[in-house]
Design a protein around this ligand. Structure first.
Ligand SMILES: *Cc1c(COP(=O)(O)O)cnc(C)c1O
Length: 398
């Protein structure tokens, strides 16, 4: 391994006594981010005011930062742009893909997808009318469900609940064979796994940055459109910054050249500054090393927890090829168990109806974290420490 993971861990500001296994939900604060955002606020916004759009390069941030993410997901440079939230980017990608496959009306997704993706697809289908529909099948059945009625597949590579990983190469190849386009959601992929959008021939991809890419709460999403499609993809959310000439203020919309057409409105400059700083951590990281360490960390956690906690049922695939970068267990009292863990400073999360979920983020998770978290979980299970009324009252965010 050539990546120095002790060095990457030192680049995060982690609370001393906390074992943080939730970087798959909200990444921690990179040490460089506060200074960079501070500079963007005081030196840029404060001193430059509106001239910052040109002088500080704010207007180019969405594509400049997009290029840094392109390297992590195997995208061609110049084909990723930042903005909005992931839900919005799902809608954009789907709308363009559907329009590029006229004559077909079905969006195919799976029941393990994150609900927001399904809700956005449903909203789009309702807006389009005309017989468009969303079809969902079990995750294991996606490959076989791709037939010649499917216009576009909408698949999240790693299941947010179970951590099950789809076969991007095989699903994309089957979709193309059947005449369908693909939209891949990389929410639990970008910064967590090896990913080769270009090599897999993916058509569209989207993802968020506040999970494994550590941009902070509310950080912007990204969208990728394959070079062969980008100038044919009509933007459904035709905002002024996706226009060919925003400052011509034409009354008619003309899509911009290349991926810039997927921009919508004013970019979130301060969040992009935080993300840009967060991406510095990746400079010396080899994705193959990251993946190897992620599998070693998740293997170690499974090996420590399973024998010590016979009441927990592993929900994550044992097969490396089918596993993302998280480990999930099922238990009817999952919510209370997670609250008991959090009370002991082991931070994971709970996903209804019965999943306790632990994210393993190689940039900062150590084998010592794994061993300590597993020991605390074993203590909680063996001594029923979760069985207290205060652990059973659900908070707004779980
Ligand atoms: C986290 C996540 C989202 C969240 O979407 P936002 O619009 O950023 O809130 C959407 N889809 C998937 C698959 C996710 O994992």
């Amino acid at each position: 391994m050539t990546t120095d993971f002790a060095a990457t861990r030192a680049m995060f500001d982690l609370p001393g006594d906390m074992i943080y296994l939730d970087g798959n939900s909200l990444g921690p604060l990179p040490r460089g981010a506060a200074e960079r955002v501070g500079k963007a606020i005081t030196a840029e916004w404060g001193q430059m005011l509106i001239t910052g759009w040109n002088k500080a390069g704010w207007m180019d941030l969405p594509s400049r930062v997009g290029d840094r993410i392109a390297r992590l997901i195997g995208a061609e440079p110049g084909h990723v742009v930042m903005g909005d939230t992931l839900s919005i980017k799902v809608y954009q990608a789907l709308a363009s893909a559907l329009e590029m496959n006229p004559g077909r009306k079905v969006i195919l997704s799976d029941t393990g997808n994150f609900p927001s993706d399904l809700y956005m697809a449903d909203g789009l289908v309702r807006t389009l009318g005309q017989g468009y529909s969303l079809r969902t099948v079990a995750p294991e059945d996606v490959l076989d469900a791709i037939d010649d009625t499917v216009a576009v597949t909408l698949i999240t590579e790693v299941d947010y609940r179970t951590g099950r990983r789809h076969d991007m190469q095989a699903i994309t190849a089957r979709a193309h064979e059947k005449g369908a386009l693909t939209v891949w959601d990389l929410a639990h992929t970008a910064g967590a796994l090896d990913c080769d959008l270009s090599g897999c021939n993916v058509d569209f991809a989207v993802g968020c940055t506040y999970k494994y890419l550590n941009s902070g709460p509310g950080g912007p999403a990204f969208i990728y459109v394959a070079p062969r499609h980008v100038n044919a993809a009509r933007p459904a959310l035709s905002g002024w910054l996706g226009h060919e000439a925003p400052f011509a203020f034409d009354l008619d919309y003309r899509p911009g050249h290349g991926i810039d057409r997927m921009r919508v409105g004013t970019p979130p400059v301060l969040q992009l500054a935080a993300l840009d700083a967060a991406l510095d951590v990746w400079d010396g990281v080899q994705i193959a090393d990251l993946r190897a360490r992620s599998l070693a960390l998740t293997d170690a956690f499974i090996a420590a927890v399973e024998p010590a906690c016979p009441d927990l049922t592993l929900a994550t695939p044992r097969d490396h090829a089918r596993r993302g970068s998280q480990v999930s267990f099922r238990h009817a009292q999952g919510y209370a168990i997670m609250q008991a863990l959090i009370a002991r400073s082991v931070i994971g999360d709970f996903r209804a109806p019965d999943i306790i979920r632990f994210g393993f983020t190689p940039l900062f998770t150590s084998f010592d974290d794994v061993a300590r978290a597993a020991a605390i979980l074993a203590d909680i299970m063996a001594n029923r420490l979760w069985d207290r009324p205060e652990y059973k009252t659900r908070a707004k965010v779980t």
